[in-house]
Structure formats: structure tokens, C-alpha cells
Ligand binder design. Sequence first.
Ligand code: NAD
Length: 394
Amino acid sequence: MIIKPKVRGFICINAHPQGCAGNVQEQIAYTKAQGAVAGGPRNVLVLGCSTGYGLASRITAAFGSGAKTLGVCFEKPPTDTKTASAGYYNTSAFHDAAAAAGLYAHTINGDAFSGECKTQVIDLLRNGIGKVDLVVYSLAAPRRTDPVTGELHSSVLKPIGAAYTAKNLNTDTLKISDITVEPATDAEIAATVKVMGGEDWELWIKALREADLLSEGCQTVAYTYLGDKLTWPIYGHATIGKAKEDLDRAADAISASLQGVGGKARVAVLKALVTQASSAIPVMPLYLSILIKVMKEDGSNEGCIEQIQRLFTECLYSAQPRLDAAGRYRVDDKELNPEIQAKVEAIWPLVNEENLFELTDFKGYNSDFLKLFGFGVAGVDYEAETSPLVKTNF
Ligand code: NAD
């Protein structure tokens, strides 16, 4: 088949196998070009390993430190007539590259929130690489089934306390209009914390600790976004922000539970980026379109792989990690630079449908978005007859 992007709203429902492989190779090349990470990890578990920040973490661990990696993701395999999800192709490409480099890699494609998946990972570690020294928690999911009660919880992206009206860009129609998001109910806030809060992170570390699969001095990190004034009403101070606050609580609880192995849990604050998770958040596409323009002009724009490279070298494996007062690792410094934020805030009220391409880098946003699904990648022939099937290597 000829594989062209099929965009529906804020999601692209297909992906290009060679394009996804190209993205993975590009990230691997970046990591290798940075050189070895001194004191980097040896055995790594990445939860949410197939796209966005989790994939970048896996690549950085494997190709920057020579680490053995076990990954968990939730991705759709291809059929004769339908493409796989991008994360499936990314993972297949990662496995090819790891095999070529002689690096151990194993991936479980299943529901990381389930008890069965945790048991599967524990069995695999016991019979494979043994104890891990780094656990990366990078899941972004809209729903979670509680493994104890069997109840399905769905997260919402809503403000807390009062309705919020803001300028929103419909990335499909390029219309800019005000949207009003009604405030979340208490039940919706609680459900969002259940899905995106720290409970599942704690369950993972508890299961690994009880199975004696955490090395002396192991580290675990979960990713968050804090943002600034423009995104606070829909992110930082909203339902997702409440869930992310719960990660801070979980980090303390996990660190206390890891005293026996001298381990540490920290939350890492990363910058806003175009990923499948962030494109679903109202306000974010317009914010990102402006941010990308301002940061490119400043020469400080970064993607997932650059962010995670800095997380490893400036935080996780640094003698003097960049920490905030709450004990979180910070690599969102360039985005939150007051000069950058002031420029974004100045552009925000001026943007309209006529000047969208002039005042923002929507072109850059859109090409970053399509790239997530393997479209617009250099060297790929998008007119060529392409099989959606790839070698099953994980
Ligand atoms: P993403 O959508 O690119 O990746 C999500 C990953 O989770 C994928 O590997 C997916 O397969 C996996 N996953 C989802 N549900 C799963 C399940 N039930 N079982 C197993 N795997 C599952 O998301 P992302 O943007 O890279 O986000 C990762 C983390 O980084 C999130 O915690 C997010 O809040 C945080 N973060 C994102 C941004 C941003 O701007 N994108 C900024 C800062 C922090």
C-alpha cells in the first residue's frame, strides 16, 4: 500500500514503518554523537518505552551508556491491511538497532497497569538481565484499570474550581476560537489522579523491590510538566497537574521504601514537546507553535532526545544534579527562561487565523506532529508501495 497520513482531529491513525525507523535512527545517531554518559546505567526498565520521552530514555540508556533495556509499551501491531501504531514500528526499529549493536533489548507489549504485566517483567528480569539500576516511568495513558478493584478510571483534561476559556487552535481546520472547558468534578479529579498519579509507579517499585530486582543505589524517575502562566489553567493547576502533584508524594514514599538498597526516586520536570500525549491537550498546540518559534529563534529549541540527554548528564548521572527546592530534577530551564516566556506571552494575544504562519511556527509544530507517525522523514519515499508488516522482533 501507499502510506499517507490519515489525520483525525488531534491524532493520526496510521504510521509509516520506514519513517518511524528513520526517526529512531536519527535519535540513536544524536545519542552516539554526544559520547558515552559517564557513570551511566547498566540495566534499565523503561515503562512507556515506545514513543516520546520514554523512547528517548531507552535510546539514551542503550546507545549512550551501553545499557541492557527491558521496555513496556502498549502498541498496536500491523495487519496485512492496516499499519501498526507508530510506537510499534519505533520499537521494532529499536530492536533492530540494538541487535546490530550487540545490545540486549526485550519489550513487553501489554498493559503496564496490570498485575500480570508486572509479573511478566519480574519473570523476564529473573531469567534475563537480573537487577535493574534505573527504572524510568514514562507512561501517558487516558485510562487505567485498577489491578485490585478491577475498576476502570478515565482521566480528564479540565480546570479545577472554575470554567476556563482560552484561545484554542484546531490543528485540523486551522481555526482559532475560544473554547470553554468546564471545571472537573471531584470524581473526575480523583479519576485523573488514579490514572496519571503516582500509585502505579509505587506498585511497580514495590513489586521490583519485593522480588529483589533493584540494585544497590538504584534510581527511579517519573516525568512531569509544570509549565508557566499560559498553560497553568489547563495543565499545572488543572486535573493533570493534580495527578502530577501526586508524583511528588509518590517519589517521597518510594525513596523511603528504597532506603534498604540505598535507592532514590525523583520526579523529573521536562519541557513541553509535540508528542501523542501533548497534542490532545487543549491550548497546548497553540502554545507549542509559539514556543517552537521563540525557542528556535533563540537557538535553544530541544526535542525529546536532547532533553533526555541533558536529564542523564546534568541530573541522573551528575555529581551536582540540577534540583529544585522540591527535590525534582529540572531540564525545563530553557522553556521557562523568563525571556522566552515573556516573548511567548507577548505573541499569544496577537495570534489569529490570518497571521498564524507568521507569528507562530505552526509549520514546525505540524511537521513535528507528522514526524511522530513517521511522515516527513528525510530519505523515505512516501510514494513507494510499502508493506505495513515488519519483522516481529519483540
Ligand atoms: P507518549 O504518548 O509519547 O508515550 C506514552 C508511552 O506510554 C508509550 O510508550 C505508550 O505505549 C505507553 N503506554 C500508554 N498506555 C500504556 C499502558 N496501559 N501500558 C503500557 N504502556 C502504555 O507520551 P509522552 O509525551 O512521551 O509522555 C511521557 C511522560 O512524560 C508522561 O508522564 C508525560 O506527562 C510526561 N511529559 C510530557 C511532556 C510533553 O510535552 N509531551 C512534557 C513533560 C512531561
